[in-house]
Design a protein around this ligand. Structure first.
Ligand code: B12
Ligand code: SF4
Ligand code: SF4
Length: 310
């Protein structure tokens, strides 16, 4: 099978598995991004995410995790739905990607396994390795290199046709493919909407986010106290503000995967109502969903902080 036929096969299969975007990049050491990442880490913009330091070398060098790698297949899975956050000040906001009944890691992993098996079955020498935000990869960098999107000033990857409400994942493969070209257009131009809308000033410069100030970090990853100066703006799990205001998220491209649609019992509920959940109820309600990541202690802390600001 030649390079072109294999590349067509993979793109067609990506569609069949429900991925909205698929692109290919040559596997290489990320020299330029290594400098950016290293600066970001040295300025401690990663806040308490020590694991980013620990896996630094692997993040910028795919050959350290898969020495035979020749190409990186970048994939995007849309999670947006035709629902809106409430503007009511008594409502606790949960970010869109966590509205549904399932954790995206599991949903996407379940697709990648048979997808990789199908690719490997084409030729005996093909080997693959798949990651969905569960390995030391720089997902956004590979998405740019594979031409499936460009970085917005809020630092998320935007595709000009479908916006940015999608997850990214990769398949590393030991075969050369027909590589895509990065999107060259400057998508943001003079727009500053996300920077101006961020409730905490976390986008401290164009294309740069300080995790210490980001509500997403504070409500999901931080295991300690949330600094008093941080206003959660009613977010109790993650934050969508910078993407909600982005003109590329015109809100007419939605996921076909109903598992990401908002669950009645958690969607646009009041701070008071959600504060009543016991630990047992919390664990049951969010079993198998991303919200479990903050643990009950984080859930209670976030709700308390929002309640204090009402
Ligand atoms: C760490 C992390 C976070 C941290 C840090 C955020 C960040 N901006 O990196 C925190 C916890 C805050 C976070 C929050 C969120 N995250 Co997050 N996160 C990650 C993770 C694990 C690593 C990202 C990383 O490497 N950051 C390091 C910094 C240095 O990278 P960077 O900000 O992109 O910096 C680049 C630019 O600054 C650039 N650069 C430097 N100078 C210049 C100059 C110019 C002109 C340009 C163009 C670029 C440029 O170079 C840097 C290196 O490439 C990835 C998964 C993965 N394995 O890649 C998910 C990931 C980025 N997160 C994701 C999501 C969905 C979110 C949230 C939306 C979740 C939510 N709703 O709450 C928020 C969004 C917050 C935001 N505005 O970024 C998705 C993004 C999907 C997409 N469409 O892009 C990813 C890819 C997970 C996934 N697999 O789907 N996240
Ligand atoms: S996710 Fe929220 S806090 Fe973080 S950069 Fe975007 S708007 Fe700011
Ligand atoms: S809101 Fe504007 S500046 Fe921010 S990512 Fe979207 S287009 Fe770029």
């Amino acid at each position: 099978m030649d390079k072109l036929t294999l590349s067509h096969f993979i793109k067609q299969k990506a569609k069949d598995y429900g991925f909205a975007l698929c692109g290919f990049a040559k596997a290489e050491v990320l020299d330029k991004e290594k400098i950016y990442l290293s600066k970001w880490l040295s300025e401690k913009k990663n806040a308490g995410m020590e694991w980013m330091n620990n896996s630094f070398e692997k993040r910028v060098n795919p050959f350290l995790i898969f020495p035979e790698a020749k190409s990186i297949i970048s994939l995007a899975y849309v999670y947006d739905t035709p629902f809106e956050h409430s503007e009511d000040k008594n409502i606790a906001k949960i970010s869109r990607y966590a509205w549904g009944e399932k954790d995206y890691h599991k949903v996407i992993k379940k697709k990648l396994k048979p997808f990789c098996a199908e690719i490997e079955s084409l030729l005996p020498e093909i080997k693959t390795r798949a990651y969905v935000d569960d390995g030391p990869m720089m997902d956004k960098v590979w998405a740019i290199k594979s031409g499936i999107g460009q970085q917005g000033k809020h630092t998320n990857i935007i595709n000009p046709e479908i916006g940015s409400f999608f997850f990214l994942c990769e398949i590393l493969i030991n075969i050369e493919l027909e590589y895509d070209k990065p999107i060259e257009a400057d998508l943001c131009k003079s727009c500053m909407l996300c920077i101006n809308a961020c409730p905490t000033g976390a986008i401290y410069d164009e294309y740069k986010v300080d995790a210490n100030l980001c509500i997403s970090y504070q409500t999901i990853e931080n295991r300690g106290e949330i600094p008093p100066e941080i206003n959660l703006d009613n977010w109790i799990y993650g934050c969508d503000t910078c993407q909600d205001v982005c003109p590329y998220n015109s809100r007419n491209i939605f996921t076909e995967d109903k598992r990401f649609y908002p669950r009645e019992e958690i969607f646009n509920k009041s701070v008071d109502e959600l504060s009543k959940l016991s630990e047992e109820e919390f664990n049951k309600m969010f079993e198998g969903t991303p919200v479990r990541r903050t643990k009950y202690a984080g859930w209670v802390r976030n709700l308390k902080k929002v309640k204090e600001s009402l």
